[in-house]
Ligand binder design. Structure first.
Ligand SMILES: *[C@@H]1O[C@H](CO)[C@@H](O)[C@H](O)[C@H]1NC(C)=O
Ligand SMILES: *[C@@H]1O[C@H](CO)[C@@H](O)[C@H](O)[C@H]1NC(C)=O
Ligand SMILES: *[C@@H]1O[C@H](CO)[C@@H](O)[C@H](O)[C@H]1NC(C)=O
Length: 357
């Protein structure tokens, strides 16, 4: 069957759905009164540092990550003490944990499945939801694929352990979780999980171009448990619009949590617009007409390249066994200033992310 024939059909269906979701906004042109927003300050320097971590986690050369010498590791993140690298080969997931001594914070950066291209990933995205099994969150539903990519793979256990270890070493310093795209979706679940399991209110989440990951009930729990959350969106990036938001289907619909900061040009000046605390501010990226949504805008944030350096990442890693790679990295020939845990698994559990496989 000609797979390529699906692309225009699916793209057309998606545009129709997005048009519906745009048309349903109703209060789109209303200027809401934004009184409480004045207290919220977007720290550009901090965000720029964090976006560099979210970009670095895409690097496929694990040696350069291990020694923190990768081409995306040499600007604001210099001096980062990397402590743990995780690769799930089969599911094509990657993450690292370490300590940023300038920020005095533990950094967790997560990369989602990005095999082949963002276009394929968007095309194959299914919208199925699952009940979240945390206590005291009745009615919270989340995206099955994104949630299981975090909850049902090696990531959850290894990340939580690595964060605990770093805290034993450095005390109760802040934890900053980040990711871009699907990595942002997983970073969100990770921040929630850490906030709950460590009982910490010093967990900060900053994601870039993340999709919606749960329903409105989930979004309101999320805002309560991880209040220090910034969801950066960029110009016409299509991914924050997926899965679509339908205000007329509140129970089925996906709903973003706050707080969006929309990076876009106003009269040629780059601005970072702080959006309202609803999660679905109609004056921020939702004001972009569906037909103008773009994939290229998904691939740069704050001027930083967010594309994978190699779209066939996972196949390259699969060329050698996980064990070979792990022992090579931890061998004496590669120097790191601090002990780094390297966790590479061929497969943890197969995740249910897309319709194709
Ligand atoms: C912004 O964050 C940086 C750390 O990257 C910090 O040094 C600076 O004080 C912060 N600025 C404000 C206004 O909070
Ligand atoms: C999340 O993981 C836990 C334990 O690892 C498991 O019991 C639970 O079923 C998972 N939740 C979902 C929705 O898959
Ligand atoms: C854009 O920047 C120019 C020059 O700095 C300034 O004169 C103008 O007022 C700015 N426009 C807006 C909408 O802020």
């Amino acid at each position: 069957m000609g797979r390529s024939g699906w692309v225009p059909a699916v793209a057309a269906a998606m545009v129709v759905l997005l048009l519906l979701s745009t048309a349903s906004q109703g209060r789109q042109r209303e200027r809401s009164v934004k009184s409480s927003e004045q207290t919220f300050v977007f720290n550009y320097t901090l965000a720029k540092t964090i976006v560099e971590y979210a970009s670095a986690v895409y690097m496929t050369d694990l040696t350069a990550l291990y020694t923190w010498t990768c081409s995306r590791c040499n600007d604001l993140t210099q001096g980062f003490e990397i402590r743990c690298i995780i690769v799930d080969v089969q599911n094509c997931l990657q993450a690292f944990i370490g300590v940023d001594h300038n920020l005095n914070a533990i950094i967790v950066a997560i990369r989602g499945t990005q095999e082949n291209s963002v276009q394929n990933w968007i095309r194959d995205l299914v919208w199925k939801q699952v009940d979240l099994n945390y206590p005291n969150m009745p009615g919270a539903k989340v995206h099955t694929g994104f949630y299981s990519a975090y909850n049902n793979t090696i990531l959850r256990l290894v990340i939580t352990n690595a964060v605990r270890k770093a805290r034993n070493l450095y005390g109760d310093i802040s934890i900053i979780v980040t990711g871009h795209s699907m990595g942002g979706a997983m970073a969100s679940f990770c921040a929630l999980d850490i906030a709950i399991s460590l009982g910490s209110d010093d967990v900060h989440l900053m994601t870039f171009g993340q999709p919606r990951i749960g329903n409105a009930v989930f979004a309101s729990y999320f805002a309560e448990i991880v209040p220090n959350t910034i969801r950066v969106t960029h110009e016409h990036d299509i991914v924050p619009h997926l899965p679509p938001y339908f205000s007329f289907l509140p129970n089925l619909a996906y709903h973003h949590f706050p707080r969006e900061v929309w990076e876009h040009d106003v009269d040629g000046n780059r601005t970072f617009q702080v959006c309202d605390d609803s999660g679905e501010d109609p004056d921020c990226c939702r004001s972009v007409f569906a037909l103008f949504l773009s994939v290229p805008d998904h691939l740069t944030y704050m001027g930083v390249d967010m594309a994978a350096d190699d779209w066939s990442t996972c196949r390259i890693v699969m060329g050698q066994s996980a064990e070979q790679l792990r022992s090579y990295l931890t061998s004496n020939s590669i120097m790191s200033n601090n002990p780094v845990d390297v966790i590479i698994v061929d497969h943890s559990v197969q995740i249910d992310l897309t319709t194709s496989s």
